[in-house]
Ligand binder design. Structure first.
Ligand SMILES: *Cc1c(COP(=O)(O)O)cnc(C)c1O
Length: 300
């Protein structure tokens, strides 16, 4: 089976009085439109890994994630789409939620593991599976092949930008974008908003991907307390942005990203006439993990 599908991810300019006042132009690359469940950058990271599995006659995918992982759901949906079976190791105790329920719906077998065993992902894989029959896919789709898939985003761009912004978890996506910028010889500054606390570890990740860390600017002040942590400020920002633009965001990744870009614009980080591209990496099912927080917000 051909492991691919047409990519629909338009570039759209977003208007806001703030942007006119500060004399910047802001565009979104709508990777959230690529697929509802094989979302955004997760498809880009999976593509060459799945092609590699197919070439090696491997038809079972094994991967890892937290209980709200966009990568688990993307892997489950991609497995079902392209004729693979899949297993997902989930960090933490046996629970149920909307994302895990959808993983099961796509046929993924879920195995819950304690945090200690989860840390030894390779061991966990090797004790249950044979690496000639099953593909080990790291958490978040982190891989060199995943990075190569993310480089393809550059092939699609309709114009040049002064800055490209993307949220980072493992840093695979931003590393791919930076590699693409170098390959095309563009002057675009690649910038990322890490969603984890103490994200300096990303510098080593970039190096391991063969990307010079000096080519990626980290903005370390927008993690809101760490991975999947939020604050009322962030939730209120998301509510206002979504109601104003019709572009959906969630608090784990894209909410922090867009909050950071707005904050930097307000602080005059950008030169006048700058053109900024924000990568909307999708992952919108993550919103379902924050229903209570958003409902509580309505009462304050
Ligand atoms: C996984 C994910 C990211 C992080 O991508 P990395 O390549 O791990 O840095 C960003 N945004 C969304 C919506 C994601 O699901």
């Amino acid at each position: 089976m051909l492991i691919s599908f047409p990519i629909y991810s338009p570039e759209e300019e977003i208007k806001d009085p703030l942007f006119s006042k500060k004399n910047v132009r802001v565009y979104f690359k709508r990777d959230d439109k690529i697929h509802p469940f094989i979302s955004g950058n997760k498809w880009r990271k999976l593509k060459y890994n799945l092609i590699d599995a197919q070439q090696r006659n491997i038809n079972h995918l094994v991967t890892f994630g937290g209980a709200w992982s966009n990568h688990l759901l993307a892997t489950a949906a991609a497995a079902a789409s392209f004729g693979f079976t899949s297993t997902g190791f989930v960090r933490g105790e046996d629970i149920d939620n909307a994302v895990l329920s959808m993983c099961r719906l796509f046929g993924m077998d879920l195995q819950f593991v304690d945090r200690q065993s989860y840390k030894e992902k390779r061991n966990l894989f090797l004790t249950h599976f044979n690496d000639r029959e099953s593909l080990f896919l790291d958490e978040g789709g982190k891989s060199k092949l995943g990075m190569q898939g993310c480089m393809e985003l550059l092939d699609e761009l309709e114009q040049d930008y002064d800055h490209i912004f993307v949220a980072s978890g493992t840093g695979t996506t931003v590393a791919g974008i930076a590699a693409g910028i170098t390959q095309y010889g563009l002057k675009t500054q690649v910038e990322t908003i890490p969603v984890l606390k103490s994200a300096d570890f990303l510098l080593d990740e970039f190096t391991s991907f063969g990307v010079d860390p000096a080519h990626i600017k980290l903005h370390l002040d927008y993690h809101f307390g760490g991975y999947a942590k939020t604050k009322p400020d962030l939730l209120l920002f998301i509510k206002e942005f979504v109601s104003k633009t019709g572009i959906m965001l969630e608090p784990t990744y894209t909410g922090k990203l867009v909050f950071g870009v707005y904050d930097l614009i307000m602080k005059d980080y950008f030169k006048p006439n700058s053109k900024i591209l924000v990568i909307h990496t999708g992952g919108l099912t993550g919103y379902l993990g924050y229903l209570e927080q958003f409902n509580r917000l309505a009462t304050i």
